[in-house]
Design a protein around this ligand. Structure first.
Ligand code: C2O
Ligand code: CU
Length: 443
């Protein structure tokens, strides 16, 4: 299933751009004429897997692995051939938070055809952004991601500003089993044990692939949050180990600490909640099972490091302004009665498409008037957070998946610099599956 028909199909009519009335196909594919520097093959396949805890799950995987890692260098031309072996409903790969050209975005029915068993599709893009990203199937994503069709994309920076002795990727993912939800992390006592020597620097790449936000406690050493959603924080100051982190669905935090001469503990969830797993970093003799203290503060990216300065932080006049009221109601979706999560009172496809022109500075306000949290994810662009609950944030920051808690409001902005047709949706994929989705389209 080649992408070229679709690229033609999505060459939208664009008035205004000098001398041409169409978005160039090349703008939708990117310049992919250069040979690949890194080539990967990902085979979508069903597989019975045994988690570290001993639980056996019926997973749907890429390459029969849980969270396979694609590691490349910034600047590499990356080519990934997706082959579907036996996932009947078909698969794709969406590069979550990675702002690839539209034709590589992996949204079935929009940027490509779904890849059915026996078919393949090749993604090719230049890895311009450094940082920790993830990828997942975008076909029936609420089921496919939950079952394991995801992995990580790690792009090492061209110029390393800080190096680490140890790096660990910490995925928060849960499988539904007959014993309840089982986390990918943790063996039978719920913990992973990692040997790290005192004085060594450690980076944790935390990725939340689960539908709900996750609280983390990291105790035993001060730590810094060095990146959010793959974007570096300038001058991140140390946080006390009594600070909790909360990571929304789809989001990533990079966290760094220096190993002291006593253990450091990472825990998912509340201090007193033993049902969630964690990691013990230690040297020498295996320590006692950790006891956690309740946090005193919650990390707030709106007040951390140096403010991001870019085209939208200095703008007073935006070309487009949109408002999204996140709500809930009861109603029919696909013929059955549901509790529905809505945007401006509607569900997909009745939520109006956001229409922009290339180069527009676009402001969006999210107001969560619903009972649940909504991690709002925009494809193809990073959003700069400008205001929270009506007030200017101290440190504008970049995100691709903004977790909006009940009662909260945010003002974000981005430059429309990646032409095409994009998804904008709640990354609680169960919410998206019942219509909490809209489109962003370039006119
Ligand atoms: Cu990670 Cu449209 O999704
Ligand atoms: Cu939601």
């Amino acid at each position: 299933s080649g992408g070229s028909d679709h690229q033609q199909h999505h060459a939208h009519h664009a008035s205004g751009s000098a001398g041409s009335d169409q978005i160039e196909v090349a703008a939708l594919t990117g310049d992919i004429s250069a040979p690949a520097d890194k080539t990967f093959e990902l085979v979508a396949q069903r597989k019975k897997m045994t988690l570290a805890s001993g639980a056996v799950i019926d997973a749907w995987t890429y390459n029969g692995e849980i969270a396979p890692e694609l590691s490349v260098q910034q600047g590499d031309m990356v080519e990934v051939k997706l082959i579907n072996q036996d996932v009947d409903s078909g698969v794709t790969i969406h590069w979550h938070g990675y702002n690839v050209p539209n034709a590589m975005d992996g949204v079935p029915g929009m940027t490509q055809n779904v890849v059915k068993p026996g078919q393949s599709f090749t993604y090719k893009f230049r890895a311009e952004q450094e940082g920790a990203y993830w990828f997942h199937s975008h076909q029936q994503a609420s089921e496919q991601v939950a079952k394991g069709l995801f992995g990580t994309l790690i792009v090492e920076p061209k110029e390393e500003t800080e190096t680490f002795d140890e790096q660990f990727t910490v995925i928060n993912h849960r499988w539904m089993t007959d014993k309840g939800h089982i986390n990918a992390l943790g063996n039978e006592d719920g913990l992973q044990w990692k040997q790290v020597q005192p004085g060594e620097t450690v980076k944790l790449r935390m990725i939340n692939t689960h539908n709900l936000s996750q609280k983390y406690l990291l105790q035993g050493a001060d730590f810094r949050v060095t990146s959010i959603d793959g974007m570096k924080i300038q001058d991140p100051q140390p946080l006390s180990d009594q600070t909790a982190l909360r990571l929304g669905s789809g989001g990533r935090y990079d966290v760094a600490f220096t190993m002291p001469n006593h253990p450091v503990f990472l825990k998912l969830g509340n201090a007193k909640d033993d049902s969630n797993p964690g990691i013990v970093f230690y040297s020498g003799v295996k320590p006692e099972k950790p006891v956690f203290r309740k946090e005193t503060t919650l990390f707030d990216p709106s007040n951390y490091g140096q403010p991001v300065v870019n085209e939208v932080t200095s703008t007073v006049k935006f070309d487009r302004e949109f408002q999204m009221i996140l709500g809930n109601t009861m109603g029919f979706y696909n013929g059955t009665f549901h509790f529905l999560w809505t945007i401006n009172g509607e569900v997909y496809p009745r939520i109006p498409t956001l229409v922009v022109k290339e180069g527009d500075k676009v402001k969006t306000t999210f107001v969560n008037k619903s009972l649940g949290e909504h991690p709002m994810h925009l494809h193809g662009h990073h959003m700069t957070v400008l205001k929270k609950n009506g007030e200017k944030v101290k440190t504008p920051w970049l995100t691709d998946t903004l977790n909006v808690m009940p009662g909260e409001s945010y003002e974000v902005a981005f430059v429309a610099d990646n032409p095409g047709m994009w998804m904008d949706h709640c990354h609680n994929l169960d919410h998206a599956a019942t219509g909490m989705i809209l489109h962003l389209m370039y006119d």
